[in-house]
Design a protein around this ligand. Structure first.
Ligand SMILES: CCCCCCCCCCCC(=O)SCCNC(=O)CCNC(=O)[C@H](O)C(C)(C)COP(=O)(O)OP(=O)(O)OC[C@H]1O[C@@H](n2cnc3c(N)ncnc32)[C@H](O)[C@@H]1OP(=O)(O)O
Length: 207
């Protein structure tokens, strides 16, 4: 599988230049999916003591094994590969349905891991999604790398967990280094949140 560069500037990519998607092996993405399911079930569980103790032992042993596989940031996989979820567990996984130079649209379902209270998504998980989706558009093919200067999020109605939501992102305008991008998150016909964001194209000394 070819790993696409998301930046127009040679040497600046969101994906690692050190490996291709084939290097991660067939089990990496399914392993992360299993971890996501685990996060949601853990958030929703009341655990008996014996299971908590067993899990602690498993995590301690696995954590020890990961120690010998630590690599410098530029060689890590998490967040640096163009597969669903980008190989990381911080930002909720989403599917893209429309990818155009100035517009993206897609779907996601926030699982129980992202619950705030009363069936609603934790508020901070929404700018996290917007930063990822709008950042992807701001740093899409043909665009030099840029960084989030601000994300102005308005919460218009409760965002439900465990329900399919739709999002959009579009480039509103570009003024010199300033790239203004806006986005929406909706549940059916209900607008849950919208965002106005500024991304600034990096200067040569910035990284
Ligand atoms: C395939 C897989 C893809 C996968 C894609 C995955 C995408 C993930 C994207 C994640 C992106 C991030 O989260 S990045 C991480 C979060 N962001 C950061 O950490 C940014 C921290 N801040 C900075 O580094 C800096 O402040 C910069 C680079 C944003 C700006 O600094 P600068 O370059 O020195 O620019 P500066 O001269 O200050 O400002 C330039 C102009 O912008 C204006 N300006 C600057 N900041 C602001 C602001 N917050 N609000 C309003 N205006 C501002 C100034 O007034 C000025 O206007 P005028 O006088 O010219 O009119």
């Amino acid at each position: 599988m070819e790993v696409a560069s998301a930046s127009a500037e040679p040497g600046r990519t969101w994906n690692s230049p050190h490996w291709t998607a084939d290097d991660i092996g067939p089990d990496f993405a399914p392993m992360l999916d299993a971890m996501r399911v685990f996060h949601h079930r853990l958030a929703g569980a009341r655990l008996p003591d014996d299971l908590t103790e067993e899990m602690r032992g498993i995590f301690e042993r696995l954590g020890e094994r990961l120690l010998e596989h630590q690599v410098p940031e530029e060689r890590q996989i998490a967040g640096r590969i163009d597969i669903p979820g980008r190989g990381q567990l911080l930002v909720p996984n989403y599917e893209l349905d429309a990818v155009e130079p100035d517009f993206l649209a897609g779907r996601l379902t926030y699982g129980r891991h992202f619950l705030g209270r009363n069936g609603a998504v934790y508020g901070g998980a929404i700018p996290l999604l917007f930063d990822s989706v709008l950042g992807r558009l701001a740093n899409g093919p043909g665009r030099p790398a840029s960084r989030t200067a601000y994300l102005h999020v308005d919460y218009r109605s409760i965002t439900p967990i465990e329900t399919e939501l739709r999002f959009t992102a579009e480039v509103a305008r570009q003024e010199g280094r300033k790239r203004f991008i806006r986005g929406t998150l909706s549940h059916g016909g209900t607008l849950c949140a919208d965002v106005d964001a500024l991304f600034l194209v990096l200067r040569p000394h910035q990284r």
